[in-house]
Design a binder for this molecule. Structure first.
Ligand code: ZN
Length: 177
């Protein structure tokens, strides 16, 4: 009799639906974000990429980690973006591969950092007030993995008048053939 009661209890513990969410995790893993995909031409709902500093250190080069996870900055004129041979390409987040800027929206700003007048979609970047170093600036982050990309300024060319000043270290080129 006691044995049967124990078995019943065990069965309840294993098969109770209430036990399932705890097994899936703390809910953070299911956080999603809407991202525009150049490949599909659509806005897609995808899981956010969230990692610990130790996990990012394993994936990124020391230089990428410094810029993207510690909000570092490439020295001006120290790094260039790869240029697509076909003349068409998308610069993606070096950490998670999210489409960020079209080669066609890149312009020569003379500042020593790659500059773009628009992202592929406003959904793909997050803008955040940044008062570090006694300056008021607006930081640009990847919307999917929240890696630091650079800053945005109001002295860009038409049609937006914006200058996305981005660290080349944070970008990788996906060439369109
Ligand atoms: Zn990213």
């Amino acid at each position: 009799m006691l044995k049967r009661a124990l078995l019943c209890l065990l069965a309840l513990a294993f098969f109770s639906p209430a036990a399932l969410p705890a097994a899936v995790g703390n809910g953070k893993a299911s956080e999603t974000v809407e991202i525009f995909s150049e490949a599909s031409g659509k806005v897609e709902t995808v899981p956010k990429i969230m990692k610990t500093d130790a996990e990012w250190k394993k994936i990124l080069t020391p230089e990428q980690y410094q810029v993207m996870r510690s909000k570092g900055t490439d020295r001006a004129f120290s790094k260039q973006c790869a240029i697509p041979r076909s003349g068409k390409g998308i610069y993606q987040c070096a950490a998670c591969g999210t489409d960020l800027f079209k080669y066609g929206n890149k312009f020569e700003s003379g500042t020593g950092w790659p500059s773009f007048w628009n992202p592929v979609s406003e959904k793909n970047v997050v803008l955040k007030e940044d008062d570090a170093f006694g300056m008021h600036r607006v930081e640009v982050l990847c919307a999917r993995c929240e890696s630091h990309l650079g800053h945005i300024f109001d002295d860009g060319p038409p049609p937006t008048g914006k200058r996305f000043c981005i660290n080349a270290t944070a970008l990788k080129l996906a060439e369109k053939l």
